[in-house]
Structures are given as structure tokens and as C-alpha cells.
Design a binder for this molecule. Structure first.
Ligand code: ASP
Ligand code: MG
Length: 442
């Protein structure tokens, strides 16, 4: 048989197997924060393996925050940058020392090489915009964590291949929140994966690359979205996000004593919850999965055989349990026109363009004839910029330290209890959702 034909045959056979058995797992930072975590992830991978598996891993523990600090020091040319890098290094090498008895394991050299690139970057003057420098440096966390997970699986003789997400996730060059070029990404992922002989591929969440081959990032907490990108491009059969909670809960245990796990909700419900600020999954994760009807499980890495939560096309249980979502540290900003003019569509368009340019996203808004009220996450430098830009035309007033509470599938009783003795700055209700901006921290 001609070589070309045989390859063609293998490829197409493999492609059917991609469609049938491909699963995507995502492990977040908390799940791989130390040697125990990595071992546990490996056990989950080994035990749950049937068919093929793509494993998307984010940076270990709080590495991304540590890298953001590193970037700040680099941008301000602060000598402490080197000490900060040392800390990140010793954390990762520490985990490796715990995991690998054999100090000749190639992972030590791989980590070293990865760090050398970061060293070059921080030794030099920053060459690009802050966003550019950010993306070249911050993705380091995922490169390191995936090297470690992959090497650990190797050491347990679990055959796997390390895939550089930057070779296959193509984005534009809007650094720090790059937009995925879906067509190109799907093509690259399919090409790359149809040539793999290993059953398990380990790859990074959060990062991609631009057409000029610079690293880009998809926005904080973007690894869930990465899992969805891989799943969608490979027509995976399911995605599992492994978390430190038992699934999607109806409230944050930080604020509520008795929380309930949502067994099964629809994509639509999940998108709404994520949009309002439920932090369990990244809001962008759901759309690609919904579009291909790929089920998403959220499970606990501490209790891997428990059922977790299932997100799919079934909406029959969406209204069963009320969900509570808190957004803290909110600022309510009211604009009123100085000349008693109406705030019409034209003016609103102008104001919204400013928000978008400054990078402020609106959490809730309300308008009247001559005033307009909007609530943001409080980011003082952005709010300051906004105030400077609008103060000629509008009188601007604020309330800081507010909390935005959203309740999906509320009852009257829930609202009565919530609002007792509290000052409400703004409220909105639809049939399914009630939202309150309260003038205090709850
Ligand atoms: N490591 C990145 C972050 O902490 C991405 C992620 O964890 O999803 O934001
Ligand atoms: Mg994370």
C-alpha cells in the first residue's frame, strides 16, 4: 500500500475515534497546588481513562497571582523582581523534589529552560505594552504545571504527550483578553490531535498565540474556557472540570451556611449564573459546549467518584433550587446631565463607548430621563479615569462598598428575609431573577 494512502486511512480512522471517545478534563490551580495534588490528579486520570483524553491544566496554586506580582516588579524595574522569580522557582522545584526521587528526571531541565526564558524577559527593559509583557510572562505558570503533570504521569508509566497550547489555540493579539480564531484553532487542534499516538494529551489552559507567534492569554480564570475550546474543536463526548467543591453550588459557602449542590442545570442556566458572577465556571466556557451539545460535569477532585453537577441541554430542573450570587466591592455611579438634557440613546452610546475603552464592564444599570446609574466592580484607577472624561457634561455621584446580590428563581420569602433592615440602592426583578444593590458589605 502506498504510504500516502495508508496515512490517509489511519487519519480517518483516528478521526472517528476522536469523535467517539474524546474526553476533556480540566484541573484548576487548587487541584495541583502541591505534590499530593499532582498525584491525586494522576490517579483521577488513570482511573477515569476510557478512550482518549485531553487534560487541560492551569497554573499551580496561586502561581498566576505570583506571576502578576513579578510582572509589576518587572514593569517598574524593581530589583525585587529577581527575588520574586526565585520564589516561584523554588515553589515549583519544591513540588518536583517531592514528586521525583530521580533527580535526573528530564523535568528538572525542562523547568530550568522554561525559567530561563522568563529570566531573559525580566532582565531586559520591557519592550512592548503592558498587555504584551503580561502575556509573554504570565503563561509561564501553565507551561510549568503541565510539564510537571506530564512528567509525573511518565514516571508512573502512564503514556502521555505534552502539547503546547500555543501551537494550536490561535487568537488575535488583544493581549490579556485575546479572542479565539475559531476556524484556525479548530483546524490546528484537529491536525495536531489526529497525529497523536498517545491516549492522553496534557496541555495548558489560559494561553494561546497570535498569528505572529506571540503568547496571548484568554483572561483570568480562562482555563475552563480553554477546556471548552479543545472539547469543541475535537467534538469531545464530555468535559469534566475538577474542583475543590462538590459541584456547582446554589451559593458561595463563604456567605451561606447551608448550600445545595445543583445536580443538573441547562447550559442556559449555567451561562446566566456565570454571567451574574457565580465563580464556579468561567462565563465563556458554556457557549462552545452548548453549540455542540457537549455535556459539562463539575466534580470534586477530593471525591472523584461522586456525581458532581451536570450541565447539558436539559432545563427541567433549572427552577428547582434558588441560587444566590454575591458580587462584592461594587461601586454605584450615577450620572446626571448638567444642563437638564435627556440622557438619550445618543448620549448612552457615548457613555458606553467610554466604558468599553476604559475596560469597565457594567454589572447592572438603570436609567431615568436625566440620570443614569450603573454598577461596576470597584477599580479606583478606572473609575477615576471615567470621572475625568465625563465630568464636563455630567454630575457624577458614587456609592462605594456596595454589594450586588442576584437571586435566580427567588421566592417572596427569600427577598423579605434578605432585605430586612438593609438599605437598597437599586433593585430589578424579572420573573426568574431578582437583583439588589445593597449599600453595605454582607
Ligand atoms: N492560571 C490562570 C488564572 O489563575 C488561568 C486559570 O486558572 O484558569 O487566572
Ligand atoms: Mg485558577
Amino acid at each position: 500500500m502506498e504510504r500516502g494512502t495508508m496515512e490517509g486511512l489511519q487519519k480517518s480512522n483516528f478521526k472517528t475515534s476522536i469523535c467517539k471517545y474524546m474526553k476533556v478534563f480540566k484541573f484548576g490551580g487548587a487541584s495541583v497546588k502541591d505534590a499530593e495534588g499532582v498525584k491525586n490528579a494522576a490517579t483521577i486520570i488513570e482511573k477515569q481513562l476510557d478512550g482518549r483524553l485531553v487534560v487541560v491544566v492551569s497554573a499551580m496554586g496561586k502561581t498566576t497571582n505570583a506571576l502578576e506580582k513579578l510582572l509589576q516588579l518587572h514593569l517598574s524595574r524593581d530589583e525585587a523582581v529577581f527575588k520574586q522569580l526565585e520564589e516561584i522557582k523554588s515553589y515549583h522545584f519544591g513540588v518536583c523534589n517531592d514528586l521525583f526521587v530521580n533527580k535526573n528526571n528530564p523535568v528538572f531541565q525542562e523547568l530550568h529552560n522554561t525559567f530561563v526564558e522568563a529570566e531573559w524577559q525580566i532582565e531586559d527593559e520591557p519592550i512592548g505594552t503592558k498587555g504584551f509583557e503580561y502575556d509573554q510572562l504570565i503563561g509561564l505558570g501553565e507551561l510549568l504545571s503541565t510539564r510537571i503533570v506530564s512528567a509525573y504521569l511518565d514516571s508512573k508509566e502512564i503514556e502521555n504527550v505534552w502539547v503546547d497550547a500555543r501551537d494550536v489555540v490561535r487568537t488575535d493579539n488583544r493581549y490579556q483578553s485575546a479572542k479565539v480564531d475559531w476556524e484556525e484553532t479548530e483546524k490546528l487542534i484537529q491536525e495536531r490531535f489526529s497525529n497523536l499516538s498517545e491516549r492522553i494529551a496534557i496541555t495548558q489552559g489560559f494561553i494561546g498565540s497570535s498569528s505572529e507567534n506571540f503568547t496571548t492569554t484568554l483572561g483570568r480564570e480562562g482555563s475552563d474556557f480553554s477546556a471548552a475550546i479543545f472539547a469543541s474543536s475535537l467534538n469531545a463526548t464530555e468535559v469534566v472540570i475538577w474542583k475543590d467543591v462538590e459541584g456547582m453550588l446554589n451559593a458561595d459557602p463563604k456567605h451561606y451556611q447551608s448550600t445545595v449542590k445543583l445536580e443538573n442545570i441547562s447550559y442556559k442556566e449555567a451561562v446566566e449564573l456565570a454571567y451574574y458572577g457565580a465563580s464556579v465556571i468561567h462565563p465563556k466556557t458554556v457557549k462552545p459546549l452548548e453549540n455542540k451539545q457537549i455535556p459539562l460535569h463539575v466534580k470534586s477532585f477530593k471525591n472523584p467518584t461522586a456525581s458532581g453537577s451536570l450541565i447539558n441541554g436539559d432545563s427541567s430542573r433549572d427552577r428547582d433550587i434558588p441560587s444566590y450570587i454575591h458580587k462584592e466591592n461594587q461601586i454605584l455611579v450615577s450620572f446626571s446631565s448638567r444642563d437638564f438634557d435627556f440622557i438619550d440613546e445618543h448620549k448612552l452610546a457615548e457613555i458606553f463607548e467610554l466604558f468599553s475603552n476604559i475596560g469597565l464592564s457594567v454589572n447592572i444599570l438603570q436609567n431615568s430621563a436625566i440620570s443614569f446609574t450603573v454598577v461596576f466592580d470597584n477599580d479606583p484607577s478606572k473609575i477615576d479615569e471615567l470621572r475625568k472624561l465625563v465630568s464636563q457634561k455630567y454630575k457624577v455621584t458614587y456609592n462605594e462598598g456596595a454589594t450586588l446580590i442576584t437571586i435566580r428563581h427567588f421566592t417572596d420569602q427569600i427577598i423579605t428575609d434578605l432585605l430586612k433592615d438593609r438599605l437598597v440602592l437599586l433593585e430589578q426583578r424579572t420573573r426568574s431573577t431578582a437583583r439588589f444593590v445593597l449599600a453595605e458589605v454582607l
